[in-house]
Design a protein. Structure first.
Length: 234
């Protein structure tokens, strides 16, 4: 089995990076092949722009998704994007490891999503959800945050974490066809004791040991919709 782990934390000694390092070690220990992208260490460029395309369908007006399709088909995407796409295509499991920033992913990871999960390959027309281009792969988010669990519960002050993460879990990972495993969440990380953080590392190692047994999150199948994407009756 092949895992591609993308890390998005600016501090190599952070707890978030400790989770990333652990995942590399633990999965390799279980016999997985592992490839990684440490986005800050790579100084990954998160800005989607015309510079991403060395050959343009329309040099006068940038339609980013159209140029993504052309760039992918003609092999003329910027090399940093090509490298990341190759790793995504290679893997059976994609792990996104990041601290929650503003109820969302850090900008560097959002830029990775925008530039790497390209139109034409990962989605296009009615190729999305369970017909998406990355079907057959699993994906999991590993997240540290400052908030406490009760603050992100159903009746919590911020509402449920999975609602907050909908753009990522449903709108990105499931949208592109992957089976989305429940996120691994490390709550209140800067404010708990060292011993509590050690317990989180143990829980993560245990989670990584039973990835095959985890039920993916439940999202609708396109089979439940007609050609115009209205829900089928009955
Ligand atoms: P760190 O501060 O790196 O680590 C915490 C402690 O763990 C440190 O003392 C460190 O030394 C120690 N540590 C490191 N390695 C280990 C180890 N191996 N074992 C034990 N201890 C270790 N939070 C929210 O809840 N919601 C938000 O919307 C949100 N938005 C944010 C927006 C921004 C721009 C920023 C900067 C933060 C935001 N946060 C938010 C908080 C953020 O998510 C957390 O601060 C972060 O996830 C904590 O994880 P960390 O790895 O950065 O912690």
């Amino acid at each position: 089995m092949k895992a591609f782990i993308v890390s998005a934390h600016p501090e190599p000694k952070s707890f978030n990076t400790a989770l990333f390092d652990l995942s590399v070690r633990a999965l390799k220990g279980q016999g997985w092949e592992v490839r990684t992208s440490d986005l800050y260490a790579m100084a990954f460029n998160p800005v989607a722009s015309a510079a991403d395309f060395t050959d343009r369908v329309d040099p006068d007006y940038l339609v980013y998704a159209l140029e993504q399709r052309h760039g992918y088909e003609s092999g003329t995407l910027a090399p940093d994007i090509q490298d990341e796409i190759e790793k995504v295509q290679w893997c059976d499991l994609l792990i996104l490891n990041f601290p929650l920033y503003w109820f969302s992913v850090p900008a560097i990871l959002k830029g990775w999503i925008d530039r790497v999960l390209i139109s034409g390959l990962t989605y296009g027309g009615k190729r999305f959800y369970d017909r998406g281009g990355l079907k057959g792969r699993k994906a999991m988010a590993t997240i540290t945050l400052g908030g406490r669990e009760h603050m992100l519960a159903e009746d919590g002050v911020h509402g449920p974490l999975e609602d907050m993460l909908r753009p990522l879990l449903r709108g990105t990972l499931y949208y592109t066809g992957m089976s989305v495993l429940p996120p691994f969440v490390a709550w209140h990380v800067p404010y708990i004791s060292d011993a509590e953080r050690q317990d989180i590392l143990k829980a993560y190692e245990e989670r990584l040991g039973r990835l095959q047994d985890l039920e993916p999150l439940d999202f609708p199948s396109l089979d439940e919709f007609d050609d115009t994407l209205h829900p089928l009756k009955g």
